[in-house]
Design a protein around this ligand. Structure first.
Ligand SMILES: [Zn+2]
Length: 256
């Protein structure tokens, strides 16, 4: 009865305001959510979770004790609205839904989640959090947790500097810009854990590295203390796959 009511109500809402695919704008069928089947199938998967050492993982070598690093799809002009909806258009539940799909696929195809103790979504500065009203990385972590049941540790790391958006800076500026932006305030929650750092999109990996380093510093570790990291984001923006937008969103300026 309740299911029937839910379906009828959702059909009624669709009639008044049709639910549309965030990418192609087509009206969604009852079984589709946020993304139509075609756009979902067309997402350019990275397949990083299936590689023994992904291209992305090599970014972190010699910087932090990294175990695995993956993203779901390559950021392209055709799929930019997934990230934009999740980040800027007050639709964080789009990110959460795609994160669920990502986690289901990764879980079915690999051991990527094996041994991970908890997730740390890349924190927002409180000023930006108040402005936006939510942290998109937290919603992505929630989607992953729905599938994997890995707990989310929300309050161990804080962003103490509200740095400029990473997407419009050069490689060198980015590196500089992330130094010291995070502080781990609850190291006791993370000591000796295998931590999955979660974000919406990755370019150089500088933000992830800065976050992991703040944790290691707070623990007084430099790689031999048993605390290790993995990384997962919805999308990766790489030099060879990166589309140029008129506004240079997610522009990449230097080789990895
Ligand atoms: Zn579509």
């Amino acid at each position: 009865m309740i299911d029937w009511l839910k379906r009828e109500l959702s059909a009624l809402i669709d009639l008044i305001s049709p639910r549309r695919c965030v990418l192609c704008g087509q009206t969604l069928s009852e079984s589709e959510q946020h993304l139509c089947v075609k756009c979902f199938m067309d997402l350019p998967r990275t397949g990083y979770h299936k590689a023994p050492h992904s291209f992305l993982e090599t970014n972190y070598w010699a910087k932090i004790p990294i175990q695995r690093a993956a993203t779901y799809f390559f950021y392209e002009e055709t799929n930019r609205n997934i990230l934009f909806s999740a980040k800027y258009h007050s639709k964080p539940y789009v990110g959460k839904h795609i994160a669920r799909l990502m986690a289901q696929e990764i879980l079915a195809e690999s051991d990527f989640f094996h041994g991970i103790d908890l997730m740390v979504p890349i924190p927002l500065h409180t000023a930006r959090l108040h402005l936006r009203g939510y942290n998109q990385a937290h919603y992505i972590a929630q989607g992953i947790s729905d599938v994997t049941h890995i707990p989310i540790c929300e309050n161990a790391v804080v962003r103490c500097i509200n740095n400029e958006s990473q997407t419009r800076l050069s490689h060198a500026q980015r590196k500089e810009n992330v130094e010291g932006i995070f502080r781990c305030v609850r190291p006791e929650l993370l000591r000796g854990k295998h931590i999955l750092i979660v974000d919406d999109v990755v370019t150089t990996g500088a933000t992830t590295t800065a976050c992991a380093q703040s944790i290691l510093e707070s623990l007084g570790e430099n790689g031999e203390g048993g605390t290790t990291f993995s990384f997962l984001a919805l999308a990766t923006a790489t030099p060879h796959r990166l589309p140029m937008e008129a506004d240079s969103s997610y522009r990449y300026d230097a080789p990895l």
